[in-house]
Design a protein around this ligand. Structure first.
Ligand code: AMP
Ligand code: ZN
Length: 468
């Protein structure tokens, strides 16, 4: 199995630190809003990586954090006049709903930065003791010049970066020894959440969170550290400096980064107003379609989100779901019970689709080619299984499609049909629950309908619904 390592810029054979186990850490979102479809890309990609390792028989310990203390969270809390905690709790819950919709497995552990402050104080203390960090006026900085390998992940020219960042030193951060030194701990400002520390009442910098949580839940050396490509520098570079300076060993063996998702060939950004949240997409499509769309490209290629590509993904997914549905029907209704000799021969031929599928996934998780192998299998099933054949044959093909699509996190089971009257009745019950301020029941009904592919839209004329 080969994967591309950002550190060496090569595809490398995967050799686990501990036999049969994969320890992986994926940097999670900062929770101050609904996640956008860009955030969904690493979630879907690395969930698929995890599922494939599991398919291969590895025991995967998958850790992904929520950054729940950050300038953006504090800003949003101040705007709404609530605590930062309220904002982060709300959007962690919303993020988990979106993850469920995209069929992303919950991590083995989802640590929260605010729950890990002790570990951060301890790591910062060690870095100071070892001469890798220094305190100035309550702020603690990492001394990048002391860590000789600084820059090894991003392959950047540090002298250029230093001269480029010299302006920072003049404009207020002149207490730093070096323009590339970064913050490990900062003193609080008025109205900010803060924790006690030997240096000041304050809060941790962003980078230290991940070094600490990775160490606590996975140990000093892990197999894979992953995230979007924007995290290579400075975030992951800084994590390496902190962890390796503190622990004295290589932090992660493999560094994986997904390329960016663009919208209509533009970068997605707040200023362009072209941001799309996963929740918005869920009002138009089943989120399985979004997942299929994300996996239809290689994770290291930039991907462009457009209405046409989503429609194509919807059709592609439907082809697989329809084939599976047909096989399921034949499993119950085909004429014969056991497979005939001809069918047994035919089944043996399906091995070639599995081989192609695994070859694609073994080659740095080429999901696009893996999907092509699934399509070949679907075509084969559509042309060879029929009502004159056996239940056993249809079931074997069905099971194989489920097995391969499950690794991609795609659910091929058709959504249970629900009658219009049932939908209307549930909507009326939801309205009544809301009136009685029974929001738990109201949400439950919304989720129940969502699970059946029904999306509710609160409009000025009342609640409308449509099939996703
Ligand atoms: P953030 O909340 O900004 O820290 O982002 C959480 C994760 O989403 C990180 O791994 C980012 O690299 C990733 N990410 C953010 N925007 C995009 C995008 N447009 N395309 C792909 N990944 C993204
Ligand atoms: Zn991180």
């Amino acid at each position: 199995m080969k994967l591309y390592n950002t550190m060496t810029k090569r595809k490398e054979e995967f050799v686990p630190v501990e036999e049969g186990k994969v320890k992986m850490y994926v940097c999670g979102p900062t929770v101050y809003n609904f996640i956008h479809i860009g955030n969904a890309r690493p979630m879907i990609v690395f969930d698929t990586v995890r599922r494939y390792f599991e398919y291969k028989g590895y025991d995967v310990n998958f850790v992904s954090n929520f950054t729940d203390v950050d300038d953006k969270i504090i800003k949003k809390a101040n705007e709404e006049g609530v605590t930062a905690d309220e904002i982060s709790s709300r959007f962690i819950a919303e993020c988990k709903k979106d993850m469920e919709g995209m069929n992303i497995k919950p991590a083995t552990t989802h640590p929260l930065a605010t729950q890990e402050i002790d570990g951060m104080l301890s790591m910062i203390g060690t870095l100071i003791e070892k001469g890798y960090a220094y305190e100035k006026n309550g702020t603690v900085y990492f001394r990048t010049r002391r860590f000789e390998e600084y820059g090894k992940l991003s392959h950047k020219n540090l002298d250029d970066l230093r001269s480029g960042n010299r302006a920072l030193l003049v404009s207020g951060e002149d207490e730093k020894e070096d323009p590339l030194d970064f913050v490990l701990w900062k003193p609080k400002k008025e109205g900010e959440p803060a924790w006690e520390s030997p240096w000041s009442d304050g809060r941790p910098g962003w980078h230290i969170e991940c070094s600490v949580m990775s160490k606590k839940y996975l140990g000093e050396q892990i197999d894979i550290h992953a995230g979007g490509e924007d995290l290579v520098f400075p975030h992951h570079e800084n994590e390496i400096a902190q962890s390796e300076a503190c622990n004295g060993k290589e932090f992660a063996k493999y560094w994986m980064h997904n390329a960016f998702l663009n919208i209509d060939n533009h970068k997605m950004s707040k200023s362009l107003g072209n941001f799309r949240t996963v929740r918005e997409i869920s009002e138009q499509y089943d989120l399985q379609v979004l997942r299929f769309f994300m996996l239809s490209a290689h994770y290291r290629s930039p991907l462009n989100f457009s209405a046409e590509l989503m429609e194509a993904s919807k059709n592609g997914l439907e082809r697989i779901v329809n084939a599976a549905d047909n096989l399921k029907y034949l499993t119950e209704h085909a004429k014969e019970e056991g497979a005939t000799e001809a069918e047994k021969e035919s089944l043996a031929k399906t091995a070639e689709f599995v081989t192609a599928y695994e070859a694609a996934m073994d080659d740095d998780f080429n999901t696009a080619d893996a999907i092509a192998a699934v399509f070949d299998l679907v075509k084969f099933a559509n042309t060879t299984a029929n009502a004159e054949g056996s239940k056993e044959y249809a079931k074997a093909l069905y099971d194989l499609i489920v097995k391969l699509t499950d690794v991609l996190g795609l659910i091929v089971e058709k959504k249970e049909e629900i009658l219009d009257e049932e939908i209307e009745a549930l909507i009326a019950e939801r309205q009544a629950a809301r009136k009685e301020k029974n929001f738990a029941r109201a949400d439950e009904i919304r989720d129940e309908l969502a699970a059946k592919g029904i999306v509710l839209l609160d409009t000025r004329e009342g609640v409308k619904w449509k099939k996703a």
